[in-house]
Ligand binder design. Structure first.
Ligand SMILES: Cc1cc2nc3c(=O)[nH]c(=O)nc-3n(C[C@H](O)[C@H](O)[C@H](O)COP(=O)(O)OP(=O)(O)OC[C@H]3O[C@@H](n4cnc5c(N)ncnc54)[C@H](O)[C@@H]3O)c2cc1C
Ligand SMILES: NC(=O)c1ccc[n+]([C@@H]2O[C@H](COP(=O)([O-])OP(=O)(O)OC[C@H]3O[C@@H](n4cnc5c(N)ncnc54)[C@H](OP(=O)(O)O)[C@@H]3O)[C@@H](O)[C@H]2O)c1
Length: 247
């Protein structure tokens, strides 16, 4: 059974009323960009635990998690009230297959996310190996409101480092927002609006696509990509679509 270790909150970033990040100091086993671990709090005899992706690249001296507080959620309201110096439990062994070593070769790496699921893609981009394996890196982030387009400073640093090879495409579905696409990711793939904005099309030869977040978005996006001629990437039958559901 995986061991739990104590972690200490060393920094907190509040992005909106409900979105926040925790930087945690904890002695964890080595992990890869794109993986997740579990965070837990003890409530009486009970340990309430949930999965959270690392936002930081594995070389960071801290572990960072990006969370949304679910109003009636069992764990996130308590994680949301942690402040610097507070402790929590962290599973020392990470898991997950949304990692570059699971992804076949390609030219264009598409990273499609909703909400807090941009986290593992920021880790992958910050880690620096993606740019060695792919010519084009496309980071797509779908949110309800413009203020939820978190991590702009880090995205700015990535743009500065990667230049035109990084295509950042925000989607805002519930209001008009400057420079963002309106609506939802799969609809924009179906219409070709996403491909037009980026200047790249989907093809089995060139594309590798990672999808992460809302399970309904994951399902709809998989179907849209299959319509574009791509196939799921399975260990036995390599393809172009890899995904992770957040719930
Ligand atoms: C592999 C994996 C990685 C994950 N990584 C993250 C992460 O980095 N950040 C994060 O915030 N959550 C992440 N989650 C979700 C997380 O594990 C919890 O489900 C979430 O924090 C809600 O916990 P809760 O106890 O407060 O809510 P619960 O009482 O468990 O309520 C769950 C409900 O909340 C909603 N919900 C859950 N997660 C989200 C979310 N991220 N965004 C919007 N609605 C959601 C869904 O409607 C779900 O049915 C991940 C889940 C998985 C499986
Ligand atoms: N975001 C907030 O303002 C907010 C505030 C307080 C609490 N919460 C809690 O957080 C949870 C929702 O968080 P969230 O807004 O990060 O996640 P979300 O509901 O998954 O929405 C994120 C993005 O995914 C899109 N989406 C949803 N279903 C889709 C589908 N089937 N196909 C394609 N795209 C889809 C949404 O578009 P649509 O807008 O078209 O659905 C939105 O742009 C809820 O449990 C809520 O209680 C959220």
């Amino acid at each position: 059974m995986a061991a739990w270790v104590e972690g200490r909150v060393i920094e907190r970033i509040q992005w909106t009323d409900t979105l926040f990040s925790l930087r945690v100091d904890a002695q964890l086993l080595p992990y890869q960009a794109g993986q997740f671990t579990k965070l837990a709090l003890e409530r009486g005899e009970k340990r309430i635990q949930r999965a959270y992706s690392f936002v930081n690249p594995p070389s960071s001296p801290y572990h960072e998690f990006y969370l949304v507080e679910i109003p009636d959620g069992e764990l996130t309201p308590s994680l949301g009230s942690l402040t610097v110096g507070d402790t929590l439990l962290v599973q020392s062994l990470a898991s997950g297959f949304l990692t570059l070593d699971e992804i076949p070769a390609g030219r264009d790496l598409w990273l499609l996310s909703t909400g807090t699921a941009i986290g593992p893609f920021l880790s992958i981009l910050a880690a620096g190996q993606a740019e060695q394996r792919f010519d084009n890196l496309v980071l797509v982030h779908g949110v309800r409101k413009g203020e939820e387009l978190s991590y702009q400073p880090l995205i700015g640093e990535l743009k500065a480092r990667l230049g035109e090879r990084l295509h950042y495409v925000p989607f805002v579905s519930r209001e008009l927002w400057p420079d963002a696409m309106a609506g939802r990711i799969p609809a924009a793939i179906d219409s070709g609006a996403l491909q037009e904005r980026v200047g790249l099309s989907f093809s089995p030869e060139h594309s590798q696509v990672l999808i992460c977040g809302n399970p309904e978005m994951v399902k709809a996006t998989q179907l849209s990509l299959i319509e574009q001629g791509l196939a799921k990437n399975l260990r036995r039958t390599p393809g172009q679509i890899s995904s992770e559901n957040y719930w």
